[in-house]
Write a protein that binds this ligand. Sequence first.
Ligand SMILES: C[S@@+](CC[C@H](N)C(=O)[O-])C[C@H]1O[C@@H](n2cnc3c(N)ncnc32)[C@H](O)[C@@H]1O
Length: 350
Amino acid sequence: MKRPVNEAIAEAARRITDETFVRAILTGSRKSKKPDFQRVDLRPVLIKGELKIQSISHDGKKDFTSNIPPNIEALVVLLDSGFSNVIVDSTNESYQIQITKKDEAITGIGKTKLERELDHDHKKQRLLPEDHEVFRALEMADSSGKIKASKRDKYIQIDQLLRLIEPTLSKFQKGDKIQVVDLASGSAALTLAVHAYLSERFKVATTGIERNQELINKVRIASDSAGLEGIEFRCASIKEANLDAIDVVLALHACDTATDDAIDVVIGSLPTGALIVPCCHKTRTSTAQAEVEKLPFFGNDGIVDERLLDLAMDALRAERLREAGYSVEIVEFVGDEHTARNVLIRASKL
Ligand SMILES: C[S@@+](CC[C@H](N)C(=O)[O-])C[C@H]1O[C@@H](n2cnc3c(N)ncnc32)[C@H](O)[C@@H]1O
């Protein structure tokens, strides 16, 4: 639903002060004004018996934590400081605002089932809980619903991906069917978890494309055992997949030529959004190589050369998407203690 920005923001502030409020996420940047932070997370906390809103602001490098009074005027100032995406989750509803380039607010309301926790030092609340059926089906969680130590990094990657996807998708009104395609879906932990999470909020159809038939067989078993509906896997190479009517392309750690094949699919089919986490850069183009080799300090240190080439390659990928009409951001996907491949290219047609 389209609404004036001030009305949509006042509604978000009111929800944050409500006793059912669980968390809010502020991300993105408006065309007309830029926020001071890349992202702000809000949640209610009880400090010495007094209710506050804990604010964790992230500037791309560090988190800054403060506790602010649950005061509507102060919240309106924060919410109106330039963010283009706002999600306010309460125990049973998710209220979402997307502010367009024309400074119009598109709002939507989805269903949630969350618990409100007020303790000051509680562990970070993950978007899909550890005991979600999908993690047992993927053998990432043990029978008591606890993520296995060896799978914790994957679990954190999944949580981070969901946080990055959520603002991109919040523009869809509830009831619309979102067609998601995951290219090079591999063992599909991310695909299944993303589908499980999105289908609790939107009507969503997901297709995983993977060229390894054995992986597909395993993934189908996991998907059935998690009771997921509206998801299918096809054994094909990305180039031969013949995809159409896509809304969102995912290509996560797609190795070999797959990251660039996925970008070709995006440019050919023009979905509304794409989230691409490049993998091993086997297809560094000669353009990237030639540009980087011009740098006077190139050739002195192997590891520096490698990283310069990787970054140049990702910058060129982002440029291809911009030339195809996308607004593109390159952000950190997840801390590099969890994976070395931690750059995410987020492209949106909004
Ligand atoms: C590192 S895994 C990533 C899997 C998954 N996306 C993830 O993030 O966990 C890369 C997968 O890409 C698949 N792959 C590589 N090139 C492909 C292509 N051209 N078409 C389809 N699948 C491809 C491989 O078979 C492998 O399963």
